[in-house]
Design a protein around this ligand. Structure first.
Ligand code: ADP
Ligand code: GLC
Length: 474
């Protein structure tokens, strides 16, 4: 049995800002029948209230030219998985997770403390599986800086790219003063990027295997358009690069038992779904009519998600006989756009800002269609969750959306959603109009498509096998 240590910046059930937390919170469970899996994350302010009987494991000092700080590691077991939390009040006990001017220093500390933790406590780790830029310096630290230590010597490294758009780029001083790296490492080309350094690049260079979260995205990032200026580095590693589609926690996301929705249903009792629609409409100030098609959006409001296509096309979308509910926060102009639209389409359009887990569940359960017109999408979980709840996704054919949504085919009656190719308002509108038409004029076909979507296996069963193969190949 191998011991695999996941290192990431967020994980359910403790802290989540996006799909990374879903994956780090659910993949270990799927792997745990054949492996021992532990998880290492920072102890953010919001995590403290969720700890029960967490015990300190070790305390040590991280010492580099600009960091001289004490790190304490706490441990708590959750559902059979050991979680290790890095405690440092100044760095992590803040209101949010990211976007602070000292992020370079904070996450240097996170990477160094993790490497030192492995050195100090013999956990017999075989594989470190680090995720996204926040843990991007771990392979370099473990394989170069700490390589002579017996606890590090034989560790193999897997790195998963969840989103190449966020790379952790910092000035050179972060490498020298915060990470304490030598001039030789800094200048050998493996971590340099523009005038500074790049955590994501370092991980791509130093990990034994690199994975990303869908087969299509694994191809897309090798090209100029989606490679985010790291495509050439990725091409050098393309024979060690794997695209493995994410799964979701199908016990947590289950319309037949979800404690956050009022009316439970499954493929056999799909008729009950509409009762959730009525609850949702009432709750959000939409006119409660079970026959009106209800569109939903559950998303970070960022350029990645193609949200402005929806805003730009709003007049035409509202010209269809539909209601729309949007949940999410993000870029100010997008939030402002929806606030403005609510005034215009009062009673037909609802906008709820913020991160709201219960409402997200109610939207997945209560809507007929979920809009996800992403510019790029490494995997995307919202569309899978929606399908599980019989809410048909309308997506752009890109990344994981392309790999998980099978477009409706009127001839064969196959399909689990609707998709369009070009990133334009007219393509989005065209396919949305078709879906709306199907809903109103061909309800039997629409319902069959909902049943198709609900019957797809989005669990980790298949994908965790693929991760196991990657681990075995090391
Ligand atoms: P990303 O990680 O790029 O944000 P994903 O689709 O992979 O996109 O994952 C998003 C996850 O976050 C899903 O579990 C989704 O339900 C959840 N989510 C997104 N926005 C919100 C929100 N405003 N409130 C609650 N949950 C949200
Ligand atoms: C990132 C991506 C999203 C993916 C998630 C989990 O946040 O934007 O597409 O589903 O990570 O891997």
């Amino acid at each position: 049995m191998k011991h695999i240590l996941f290192v990431a910046s967020e994980s359910l059930p403790f802290v989540k800002t996006g799909g990374l937390a879903d994956v780090v919170g659910s993949l270990p469970q799927a792997l745990s029948s054949k492996n021992r899996v532990s998880v290492f994350i920072p102890l953010y302010q919001s995590v403290i209230a969720k700890l029960k009987d967490a015990k300190p494991v070790v305390t040590f000092t991280v010492n580099t030219p600009c960091i001289n700080q004490v790190a304490t590691i706490l441990k708590q077991t959750h559902d059979g998985i050991d979680f290790y939390f890095l405690q440092h009040q100044g760095y992590f006990e803040r209101d949010g997770l990211y976007g602070y001017p000292d992020d370079g220093e904070r996450f240097s500390f996170f990477n160094l403390a993790c490497a030192m933790f492995i050195e100090k406590v013999n956990l017999s780790v075989d594989i470190i599986h680090s995720h996204d830029w926040h843990a991007g310096m771990i392979p370099l630290l473990s394989r170069v800086v700490f390589k002579h230590h017996p606890n590090h010597k034989n560790i193999k490294h897997v790195f998963t790219i969840h989103n190449l758009a966020y790379q952790g780029q910092f000035p050179l001083s972060v490498a020298k003063d915060c990470l304490g790296l030598s001039d030789q490492i800094i200048n050998d080309g493996s971590i340099r990027f523009d005038d500074g350094i790049n955590f994501m690049k370092s991980a791509i260079v130093y990990a034994h295997k690199v994975t990303t979260v869908s087969p299509s995205y694994a191809q897309e990032i090798l090209g100029l358009s989606f490679g985010e200026r790291l495509h050439e580095v990725l091409r050098l590693r393309q024979y060690d690069l794997y695209g493995i589609l994410n799964g979701i926690d199908t016990k947590f996301w289950d319309p037949s038992s979800d404690p956050l929705i009022k009316h439970h249903y499954d493929v056999e009792t799909l008729d009950n779904k509409v009762k959730n629609k009525l609850e949702l409409q009432r709750k959000c100030g939409l006119k409660p009519t079970e026959n009106t098609l209800l569109l939903g959006v559950v998303s970070r409001l960022t350029w990645q998600k193609g949200i402005h296509l929806i805003l730009d096309q709003m007049a035409d979308i509202m010209g269809l006989d539909v209601q729309l509910i949007v949940l999410g926060s993000g870029e100010a102009h997008l939030e402002h756009g929806f606030r403005h639209m609510v005034e215009k389409y009062y009673g037909r359009l609802a906008y709820v800002a913020g991160y709201n887990e219960p409402l997200a569940h109610e939207i997945y359960a209560g809507c007929d269609l979920l809009l996800m017109p992403s510019l790029f999408e490494p995997c995307g979980l919202s569309q899978m969750i929606a399908m599980r709840y019989g809410t048909l996704p309308v997506v752009r054919e890109v990344g994981g959306l392309r790999d998980s949504v099978m477009p409706y085919n009127s001839e064969t009656q196959e399909g689990t959603g609707f998709s369009f190719k070009e990133f334009t308002t007219s393509d989005l509108y065209h396919v949305l109009r078709m879906a709306v038409y199907l809903y109103y004029h061909y309800p039997i076909e629409f319902e069959q498509t909902q049943r198709n979507a609900m019957s797809v296996d989005f669990s980790w069963a298949l994908s965790s096998e693929q991760y196991a193969k990657v681990y075995d190949s090391l």
